[in-house]
Design a protein around this ligand. Structure first.
Ligand code: BF8
Ligand code: SF4
Length: 644
């Protein structure tokens, strides 16, 4: 297959060709070798939960050996995938909580509770006394309460109280208000084992509950605690794509998800002693760049460059310019070890729960984090002399990141009174038609980045503000869409006017995948601010991910649906179509229960149309389209009067 069909990213195309010439394999090649992929898996109709199986549902065999029907099997698989996604985000959150507590207790000297304003806000929300207490004392209590949310024996998620009252009522009525994360994940596995829950709607209800434990629990806590620990992001500049690598410097890639590691490597790379050592080996400096969500975390907080998203991870190594790639958890392809072995690149795993066979492991211990990071940087410096042939594509774009909930609030409301009011007003007056979250991965089944960027262009052209997270953010940034200068040219007149006045791009980079919770908090605030209905399901908003890869994306999709939003995925990545009942419930029926629903569309332009129609429908229902029309009519009237 031609490199252009594999990726819409020019730098990636060059690297794909370079790897092909060298006879090296990447994800696209492995996908080709997997073809044709299993139709049963794609439809979600294969079950291997018990030893009477594996069973798969066909025209001839309509039931599994235990008698499970297609609805049960598809729903169970969907629930299990979501539970795995929830476990991933939430385990990340739990690690952050542990480091947070160690920091507050003074056991992790290299970290600090940086954002005390946010700490005090969290303390208030959690009922932690702040009067006459030190930051660290408050921090210990906040950290312990947060850690409790993952496994507390009783009660529901504290963060779920951030949702509008109407939303909480809907959850309570349906019995899906999330309890402890561990409990919801455990119950997901229990319910979906052989011979337990056999009512697809009941299974899907729990899919909502476990997903909500992520969105309004584990992942939200990950974001909140990271903000306190590393600083709440505010808009800042950075650069994106492989052109950020430097031919004459030691290049280090940090890849994965938890900023615990990358924050320290970024700090270590600025150490004078290490910079001196780099000089001694003939390098002009040390460049740290990120891939995947870790990259978003670093761009958001420090403006550290991004080398690429999920499908770039192998390509980056093939530049021959990477001295060391340090990985922690999630979305780390095992294929990296093969590519790294073709170059001088040292691949190092750092999380004890995520090792790779035959790959060096250096544990990041929070009690000695900076020294561990320095050790890794030193390994990179030592490796500089082993470089062979280097080819770095030139492509890179200026990007702006850093749109936390707090910074959006600040940018819009100004320094005197941070507020969502101007955003609500501009949605009501129709300059901004609505808000869409363009999120998620890059999948070799589709040309890399193309659906995210085509869709985003369509949306901003039609005056829809785009908030983006995860690898979709990097896709947009690679094409200049998060850069106000370039992107404003592509925005519709209303959106452009608002963005120009505030000084932002029409596409706001909101961070990593756990940071999708920033979007939930923003939706909640849109309701609270007033004028856009009483519940999140009334808002002119939607979420979309057409290049999804990970189970985490399904968890995110489900918690947005269960929070009242429309969520659009591509058919190729939605393993539920084997059951008409499950599909019908997720595409339609669930709306009656939770106000949101799933939809399938693979074509980005058609997906944009679908979303716009949904947004206009919500606007009609709110009566704000009528208001805008009436205003226009009044103006015409007035003009007519003046002429007379
Ligand atoms: O959590 S967007 S490929 S990197 S799963 Fe993975 Fe998907 Fe990228 Fe981050 Ni999110
Ligand atoms: Fe087959 Fe039922 Fe066992 Fe699944 S649980 S493998 S459908 S027998």
């Amino acid at each position: 297959m031609d490199a252009k069909e594999r990726s819409s990213d020019k730098a990636a195309q060059e690297m794909i060709e370079r790897m092909a010439k060298a006879g090296q394999q990447n994800a696209w090649d492995r996908l080709d070798l997997q073809k044709p992929q299993c139709g049963f898996g794609k439809q979600g109709v294969c079950c291997r939960i018990c030893a009477m199986g594996p069973c798969r549902i066909t025209k001839k065999a309509k039931l599994g050996v235990c008698g499970a029907d297609v609805d049960t099997i598809v729903a169970r698989n969907f629930l299990r995938a979501i539970a795995a996604g929830v476990a991933a985000h939430s385990d990340h959150g739990r690690t952050v909580a542990e480091v947070f507590i160690a920091t507050a207790r003074g056991e992790a000297a290299d970290y600090k509770l940086k954002d005390t304003t946010k700490l005090f806000k969290l303390a208030e929300e959690m009922g932690v006394e702040t009067k006459d207490r030190s930051v660290n004392e408050i921090g210990v209590d906040v950290g312990l309460i947060a850690l409790g949310e993952f496994g507390k024996p009783e009660g529901t998620q504290l963060m779920a109280r951030r949702a509008p009252a109407s939303r909480q009522e809907i959850w309570n009525k349906l019995g899906v208000t999330p309890r402890a994360v561990d409990r919801e994940v455990t119950e997901s596995l229990h319910r979906s084992t052989m011979g337990v829950d056999q009512d697809y709607k009941n299974i899907l209800n729990h899919a909502s509950r476990v997903a909500l434990a992520d969105g309004w629990g584990g992942a939200m806590l990950a974001t909140e605690l990271q903000d306190v620990l590393f600083g709440t992001p505010y808009p800042g500049r950075g650069e994106v794509n492989m052109g950020v690598l430097k031919k004459d410097e030691v290049n280090i890639i940090v890849h994965g998800h938890e900023p615990i590691l990358s924050e320290m490597i970024a700090a270590a790379s600025q150490d004078d002693e290490l910079l001196g050592e780099a000089k001694k080996v003939g390098a002009n400096g040390i460049t740290v760049a990120g891939t995947c969500c870790t990259a978003n975390e670093l761009l958001m907080r420090h403006g550290i460059p991004i080398a690429g998203n999920f499908l770039n991870q192998e390509l980056v190594i093939a530049t021959g310019a990477i001295e060391l790639m340090a990985v922690d958890v999630q979305c780390v392809m095992q294929g990296l070890s093969t590519v790294a072995s073709c170059y001088h690149t040292k691949l190092v795993t750092t999380a004890d729960k995520a090792k790779m066979s035959g790959i060096e492991h250096v544990t990041i211990d929070e009690r000695d984090a900076l020294n561990t990071a320095k050790k890794l940087v030193r390994m990179a410096i030592d490796n500089y002399k082993n470089r062979g042939d280097v080819y770095i594509p030139k492509d890179k774009k200026a990007a702006v990141g850093g749109f936390s909930f707090e910074s959006i609030n600040y940018m819009l409301g100004g320094s005197f009174r941070s507020s969502f009011r101007p955003l609500n007003d501009n949605i009501i007056n129709g300059r901004i038609r609505g808000i869409v979250g363009v999120v998620g991965c890059t999948n070799p089944k589709m040309p890399q980045d193309l659906t995210h960027t085509t869709l985003t262009r369509e949306l901003i052209k039609r005056d829809i503000l785009v908030l983006t997270t995860g690898c979709a953010t990097i896709a947009c940034a690679k094409q200049g869409l998060t850069n106000p200068k370039e992107a404003l040219e592509l925005a519709g007149p209303g959106l452009r006017e608002v963005c120009e006045a505030v000084g932002i791009a029409p596409v706001l980079a909101c961070g990593s995948c756990v940071d999708n919770t920033r979007l939930l908090v923003s939706c909640s605030e849109l309701v609270r601010e007033g004028g856009l209905g009483n519940d999140m399901s009334e808002l002119p908003v939607a979420g979309v991910c057409l290049e999804s890869v990970s189970e985490k994306a399904l968890a995110i999709g489900q918690y947005f649906v269960a929070s009242g939003a429309l969520v659009v995925f591509a058919e190729e990545v939605m393993p539920i179509l084997g059951s008409e009942n499950v599909s019908d419930y997720l595409f339609n029926g669930i709306e009656k229960d939770l106000g949101g629903h799933w939809a399938i569309e693979s074509d980005p332009v058609k997906a944009a149309e679908m979303i716009i129609e949904h947004i206009e429908g919500k606007r009609d229902a709110l009566g704000i389209n009528k208001e805008a029309e009436r205003k226009l009519y009044d103006m015409e009237d007035r003009r007519a009067l003046t002429v007379e």
